[in-house]
Design a protein around this ligand. Structure first.
Ligand SMILES: [Fe+2]
Ligand SMILES: [Fe+2]
Length: 288
């Protein structure tokens, strides 16, 4: 990767803002040929994605607590670019799921006590840096999961001949996700290139990642463990979880674990995905 700089990341964020305004609502064609078929095959996927996209509101509140000392590029990214794009994704998906006869999304936008406590510790600069790194790694993993999910969903909708939704809903949404991934990837990588982290901070980041990694949308709530599993199965992602885990964990693998011989993928990522799929299969599922 070419040498990064704060300037380069700021330019990336500014470009995202210019090139990817929130999807114009008038550009979306909600025509569905077979609402029943779409609901049966992808209903739970749409429910899940609408909820997670709308919960970005909670993510922004958490960021204000967790990262009181963010720099210009971070602030511009989450406040001026990312949140508006993601919430629009949620609004569009929520309307689509309503159109095909499913209940509206119920995003949870409360900030947990754990986050508030961590936020108090974030006033120590050394802790702030660790939290910032974890924020970037979580972001990269989340955006990768989004890209994989939207790719599969788009392919499935084309297969069902639901061209309008595939093109104007999912096609438009999925084009905005890689720019988010690139932001987190570059930001985490820059912290290492600039030598911002001491060995004990990297050590602590590894331990925290091992302890806290979970599939997107779970927020430490065990009752939600099966949701990602159900979505993965509906999209056929369960057939190749090892490859998915490697893809999702690529950034943290190269930054945190590359020096650990023989490790191809952080094992906690694959384990979290497998447990989620198993939880769904064993019937601890949310309503279809
Ligand atoms: Fe999104
Ligand atoms: Fe995104």
């Amino acid at each position: 990767m070419r040498a990064l700089s704060d300037r380069l990341i700021l330019e990336h964020v500014q470009t995202l803002g210019h090139e990817h305004p929130p999807i114009p609502l008038e550009s979306v064609d909600y025509s569905v040929k077979d609402p029943v078929g779409m609901s049966r095959r992808f209903g739970r996927v749409l429910d899940f994605l609408a909820r997670v996209e709308l919960e970005v509101e909670r993510n922004v509140l958490e960021l204000l607590v967790l990262l009181p000392g963010v720099g210009e590029a971070d602030r511009m990214f989450y406040a001026d670019v990312w949140a508006d794009q993601e919430i629009r994704h949620g609004v569009i998906l929520d309307k689509l799921q309503n159109d095909i006869g499913r209940p509206p999304a119920e995003p949870d936008t409360t900030v947990s006590t754990g986050v508030r406590i961590l936020g108090m510790l974030a006033h120590f600069p050394a802790i702030h840096d660790i939290i910032r790194l974890l924020y970037y790694l979580t972001g990269a993993a989340t955006e990768r999961q989004a890209v994989l999910a939207y790719n599969r969903l788009e392919a499935g909708l084309i297969e069902m001949d639901e061209q309008a939704i595939a093109r104007t809903v999912i096609g438009q949404i999925k084009r905005q996700e890689p720019g988010h991934y690139a932001f987190y990837n570059m930001s985490a990588t820059l912290m290492f290139q600039q030598g911002e982290l001491r060995p004990w901070q990297v050590f602590l980041a590894r331990q925290l990642r091992k302890l806290s990694f979970e599939p997107v949308g779970m927020y430490g709530d065990r009752t939600r463990q099966a949701e990602f599993g159900g979505v993965a199965i509906a999209l056929g992602l369960d057939e190749d979880l090892a490859r998915i885990a490697r893809d999702v964990g690529r950034v943290e693998h190269s930054l945190l674990w590359a020096s650990k011989n023989g490790m191809e993928v952080p094992p906690y990522i694959l384990k979290a995905f497998e447990e989620s799929v198993a939880a769904f299969r064993s019937g601890r599922s949310f309503a279809a």
